[in-house]
Design a protein around this ligand. Structure first.
Ligand SMILES: C[S@@+](CC[C@H](N)C(=O)[O-])C[C@H]1O[C@@H](n2cnc3c(N)ncnc32)[C@H](O)[C@@H]1O
Length: 299
């Protein structure tokens, strides 16, 4: 597949060290993206078998081509929340490790037509999968001012949410907001510039989370994913903002208190300054890893 922008995997070394506990095990990369983590893992552990899952059709097409001749990798399209059904369809009862690298891939972030980008103007889309019915366009142009303010405040942690929602509703009375640059410019005019980060960054994060139901999906998925781990199996999650990280942290803490296993990362793992300078998009990454079982309950 031409023109596919490959993602640089965050904290790849730490992921491999904490995720792999049996060299001949079965592992799932449930957000395979452009196969950065997956390729490194499959190469380093040739005796293990890896299943790469992604919800995005474009990513899956790229992955299928990239791993076509790699015998220990199989690629499947799907939502990580449906991992029990995906593994069941492959007649796999449980696995030794599961990786979730949340957020968006470099390709999604930079592709104008996917509508995630402030820099490269495109339609207000923001869906991870074209199968999803609701786009960011629908949210921006149909929600009430109060609903929009609520989404921008909760998912973007943007304190000027009310002012921005009011400006959106005023603007769309004249004509619907259709593109990422129309929205980004409107937000910039409404709140002004301060600092190096574009003033619409938090609004874009909020709309992306809402369009894809990212936090609800994560909340629903974690217990289902946990069931699919063998005793001693590990779940590694990389998150990129505090809302996701809070959910992961809370589940891991509760599971440990309930005797379901152990947190292998008592303190969250972050990329080194060297990694951040080589791969700036890793700067907000946080890795947490949980090990199931080991004397605890199995469910
Ligand atoms: C940060 S990227 C992963 C990059 C990957 N680790 C790599 O090294 O190339 C996140 C990926 O998760 C996918 N994704 C988001 N939500 C998903 C979901 N609910 N189920 C499966 N994949 C999802 C996105 O489509 C995107 O490709």
């Amino acid at each position: 597949m031409t023109n596919y922008i490959e993602h640089k995997p965050a904290m790849a070394k730490q992921v491999a060290e904490l995720l792999i506990n049996i060299e001949e095990g079965i592992y799932v990369d449930a957000t395979a993206g452009s196969g950065g983590h997956l390729g490194l893992l499959a190469n380093t552990y040739p005796e293990a078998f890896f299943i790469g899952v992604d919800i995005d059709h474009e990513a899956v097409q790229f992955l299928a081509e990239k791993f076509a001749s790699v015998t220990n990798v199989r690629i499947i399209r799907g939502n990580y929340a449906d991992l029990p059904e995906i593994l069941h369809s492959m007649e796999i009862a449980q696995v030794d490790g599961i990786l979730l690298d949340l957020g968006i891939s470099m390709h999604q972030a930079l592709s104008a037509q996917r509508g995630f980008s402030i820099k490269n103007p495109g339609p207000l889309d923001m869906r991870f999968s074209v199968d999803q019915k609701v786009t960011a366009y629908e949210l921006v142009n149909s929600l009430s001012e109060e609903q929009l303010a609520d989404i921008i405040y909760r998912y973007g942690e943007e304190r000027r949410a009310r002012k921005i929602a009011k400006a959106v509703v005023e603007a769309r009375k004249v004509k619907p907001l259709e593109t990422t640059d129309e929205l980004a410019d409107l937000v910039a005019r409404t709140v002004g510039y301060s600092g190096r980060i574009h003033p619409a960054t938090r609004v874009f994060q909020a709309l992306r989370i809402a369009t894809n139901r990212e936090l609800d999906n994560l909340q629903e998925a974690l217990p289902r994913i946990f069931q699919m781990l063998k005793d001693g199996g590990r779940l590694a999650v990389i998150s990129y903002h505090s809302l996701e990280d809070r959910i992961v942290k809370q589940f891991f803490k509760t599971w440990e208190e309930e005797g379901k296993g152990l947190r292998l990362t008592k303190k969250v793992v972050k990329p080194s300054l060297e990694e951040i300078s080589e791969n700036p998009s890793s700067r907000s990454a946080k890795l947490r890893v949980f090990m199931k079982g080991v004397g605890g309950n199995e469910n």
